[in-house]
Design a protein around this ligand. Structure first.
Ligand code: SAM
Ligand code: SF4
Length: 441
């Protein structure tokens, strides 16, 4: 592979933070071997599509982007095209039936095999597919090179993969497999290593971090990380409301490094829809949880996921969803139209009977409501001072830097390269729709 090792890689990443981290790990592994990144697809020797199939739209996007790469392969037959992530896991060999220009299909448990497979394809010009599930997931233990990240002082950390919850609409248990927990000592070691290299914030990742059990409980893990010198901020995602324990709520009381933010997807405000979704909480219990978290950490900020148009969702069910939004007043809300995912319980047992027009209209109204709340929440921050961890130069203004508050709000203010990685007190001077502007206090 000598000359080839100096080749250029282009990675397209779709979906969640888990995929961002997987891409960084693939990038790190290939950089160690001598490959360098390129922004230009036409210049690449290896193109990787790290895909998401959680919603039909994400799946279609990955497939259509793969289709577009065919012309690159015709121009450059030695180009290696790899598909990784959830679509690779879901479709396996079927991808190549439709897209014979794809060289490597790599499932969610097999990412560590990428360098070997690239070498194999390069030497033998023979396509490879690896989509087996395994009891342990070796890529969870790959420590990425934070220097390659666009936020070098904030590191994503895998603590678990997969999910055993089987929410009726969700494909994740089928494409990421059963819940596999990473041993807590490995998690703490990785974080210690990042801290020694200048990382200040860790962002723990799992499909349901509250059910973590890698030798200690999730609150135990948070307390362990809190003791690591150099780490100043701890975040995590995602939390399932049914598994938020008193121990976790106590962490918000006790641990000052734990950021004042929790992402708590509620999916629907209707008890009958929640039951059909297999979510195991109610409208009332969700709001109770929000109250508990607020009394433990008064300045806590909430974000969530919600969907409209689940099978049999009535007008009243939808109004119950809006009622949650009005009561909680989330800072950020990710909202989706329900889409049928193959292999799920909802696909097999329920009729996708809310029309596309109704889904679109409900989503539009819901997003307009949330847009107003987000802006009002941002306005209420004017004049207040927040600690901001500076991530980098603002993409839209080279004279500004951007960073995040403990509440996870994005703040832009005048500054330069030298501020990156610092935590600074910033006074908010302006509210924008999705960010804040400030000045050093
Ligand atoms: N584990 C997280 C949880 O329990 O909430 C979320 C995982 S999923 C990757 C991210 C979000 O996608 C979900 O919270 C849900 O709102 C949305 N989603 C999942 N399946 C969906 C479907 N079939 N149709 C529309 N949205 C869906
Ligand atoms: Fe999907 Fe539910 Fe697991 Fe989240 S908790 S990944 S929504 S099955």
């Amino acid at each position: 592979m000598d000359g080839f090792m100096k080749g250029r890689i282009k990675i397209f990443t779709y979906g969640c933070q888990m995929n961002d981290l997987d891409s960084l790990k693939m990038h790190s592994g290939l950089s160690t071997l001598g490959f360098t990144p390129t922004q230009e697809t036409a210049e690449a020797d290896i193109i990787i599509l790290n895909t998401c199939s959680v919603r039909q739209k994400a799946y279609e996007k990955a497939i259509s982007n793969l289709g577009r790469l065919k012309s690159h392969k015709s121009r450059n037959p030695s180009l290696i095209i790899a598909v990784t992530g959830c679509v690779a896991q879901q479709e396996g060999e079927r991808i190549r039936e439709r897209m014979p220009h794809v060289d490597i299909i790599l499932g969610t448990h097999q990412l560590h095999r990428l360098p070997d497979l690239i070498e194999h394809v390069h030497n033998a010009s023979y396509p490879m597919t690896e989509t087996d599930f395994s009891e342990s997931i070796p890529s969870m233990d790959i420590v990425p090179d934070q220097g390659l990240s666009d936020h070098p002082h904030r590191s994503y950390i895998n603590i678990m993969q997969g999910c055993d919850n089987y929410c009726s609409y969700c494909i994740v248990p089928y494409v990421r497999g059963h819940e596999v927990n990473r041993d807590y000592k490995k998690v703490l070691n990785e974080i210690g290593l990042h801290a020694s290299r200048g990382v200040k914030e860790v962002f723990l990742l799992g499909q349901n971090v509250n059910s973590y059990n890698g030798g200690i409980t999730f609150p135990g893990l948070l307390r362990g990380i809190h003791g690591i010198e150099g780490i100043e901020r701890i975040r995590f995602t995602t939390s399932h409301p049914k598994d938020v324990s008193d121990g976790l709520i106590d962490c918000f009381k006790d641990l000052d490094k734990l950021c004042s933010h929790i992402h708590l997807p509620f999916q629907s405000g209707s008890d009958s829809v929640l039951k059909a979704m297999n979510r195991h909480y109610t409208h009332h219990s969700y709001l109770g949880l929000i109250e508990h978290l607020r009394s433990a950490r008064p300045d806590i900020s909430f974000s969530a996921d919600v969907m409209v148009g689940f099978p049999d969702e009535s007008k009243q069910d939808y109004l119950d969803t809006l009622a949650i939004i009005k009561t909680v007043r989330f800072d950020v809300l990710y909202s989706f139209k329900y889409s049928v995912r193959p292999g799920t319980a909802a696909a097999a047992q329920l009729n996708d009977n809310v029309s596309s027009e109704v889904k679109i209209e409900r989503l539009k109204q819901l997003q307009a409501l949330q847009k107003r709340i987000t802006f009002e929440n941002n306005q209420a921050r004017i004049g207040k001072i927040y600690e901001v961890l500076v991530d980098g130069i603002s993409p839209k203004n080279p004279l500004q830097v951007h960073g995040r508050t403990s509440q996870n709000a994005i703040v832009n203010f005048l500054g330069d390269q030298g501020l990156i990685g610092k935590i600074l007190p910033i006074c908010i001077t302006r509210a924008n729709q999705n960010s804040l502007t400030g000045e050093m206090a």
